[in-house]
Every structure is written in C-alpha cells, then in structure tokens.
Design a protein around this ligand. Structure first.
Ligand SMILES: Cc1cc2nc3c(=O)[nH]c(=O)nc-3n(C[C@H](O)[C@H](O)[C@H](O)COP(=O)(O)O)c2cc1C
Length: 187
C-alpha cells in the first residue's frame, strides 16, 4: 500500500521530525511504500468567487500550478494517510491549515464518494512548548476528515514530557495500518 505522510512541519529536526520518522518507519516495517509530502511552500486558498470557487464542481484548484495539483494527486493515490504537525498558537501549523483548507474545497464529500472517503488516516500533533493546543489541533484535523470522508485510525497528542512513551505508539499505529488493520476490528 501507499502510505503518505502529510507534514505540516517546517523543520528538518526536532520532535515533530522524530514523530514523522517513527510513523515512516512503522509504515515501512508494515510493508508500505512511504512518501512524505511537505506542504509549507504551497499557497493558501484564494477563496475564489466570493466563497465558492469552481473547485467545488471541478475538484481542481485554479491556482494548482504552485505544486498543489501534484500534492492532491499524491493524496488521491495514497491508500492511507498520516497528518502530522507541530502545534503553533494552540492550533495546527499555518502551512498544514492552508493546505487542508484548499484540499477540503476540492475534495469535500458527505456521501462517501470522495477521493478521501474511507481512507484511513493517522493524526499526530506535537505541542512541543507548553503542551497546550492538542485538543484544538486534533479537532481541526478531525473536522477535515469529517468533511472529506477520511476515516481516523487514531489521534496522537505529543508534548515534551510524553514523547518517550508515545513515539512507540506512533510507530505501532502506522505499522498496524500498513499491515491492513481496519477501523472497527476488535483486537
Ligand atoms: C509560533 C509558535 C507557536 C507555538 N505555540 C505552541 C502552543 O500553542 N503550544 C505548545 O505546546 N507549543 C507551541 N509551540 C512550540 C511548538 O509546538 C514546538 O516548537 C514544537 O512543537 C517543538 O517541536 P519541534 O522540535 O518539532 O520544533 C509554538 C512554537 C512556535 C514557533
């Protein structure tokens, strides 16, 4: 399976990068082909036509040439996703917010027929400072999944004093998805 990690992290080192590594390692060990999609260079949504742009009907952003089209194609091709971000201002990173805002307009689906419908998704957020903002950040990503039909496999909240015992959970969650565990299965 193709396992795509969507990274809202602007950094190459640190705790969020370590979480991304754990998820990638777990998914690979579970047999998945892993790719990391960085979104910090993409622009935010232009909110065309007074709110509803043509993306609603075409499922394509008219400004997609900035790399968004390619990113959207990777999302569509993936069998499973991980959404991973540092927490800034008690929310998900600005770059991940900008990306999912745009993607949601192209891929929203309430009827189970969208490109993300049924796609298993792991959420991991890192409140690496005060530890505040985990609930808000998870809720933002949760709502994106609700709007697009993505199925949340698990929600992991990290901080500076829990990552020693939570990083193994990130590895294990990604590995379980890659090995084919489905939501609703009882262990
Ligand atoms: C602008 C900014 C705002 C931040 N806001 C929060 C916050 O609300 N809560 C929190 O726990 N950490 C906050 N942090 C700390 C980041 O979450 C932290 O730098 C990062 O998660 C540490 O992980 P890293 O090693 O991946 O950078 C903030 C950091 C920055 C740069």
């Amino acid at each position: 399976m193709k396992f795509l990690i969507v990274s809202g992290n602007p950094k190459n080192d640190g705790l969020t990068a370590a979480i991304i590594d754990e998820v990638a390692r777990g998914a690979r060990d579970g047999g998945a082909e892993v790719e990391i999609l960085r979104v910090e260079k993409l622009e935010r949504c232009h909110v065309c036509n007074g709110g509803w742009g043509e993306c609603r009907a075409t499922h394509k952003c008219v400004f997609g040439g900035d790399g968004f089209d390619e990113a959207q194609a990777k999302i569509k091709a993936a069998d499973a996703l991980a959404l991973i971000t540092p927490i800034y201002w008690a929310e998900i990173s600005e770059s991940l917010k900008g990306f999912i805002d745009r993607l949601r307009r192209c891929e929203f689906s309430f009827d189970g027929t969208g490109a993300l419908s049924g796609k298993q998704t792991l959420i991991a957020v890192n409140a690496g400072g005060s530890g505040n903002g985990i609930i808000t950040a998870v809720e933002q990503l949760d709502r994106f999944c609700q709007h697009t039909g993505a199925v949340i496999f698990d929600r992991l909240g990290f901080n500076r004093w829990n990552h020693d015992y939570k990083r193994p959970a990130a590895y294990a969650a990604a590995r379980a998805i890659a090995e084919g565990r489905k939501n609703g299965e009882s262990l």
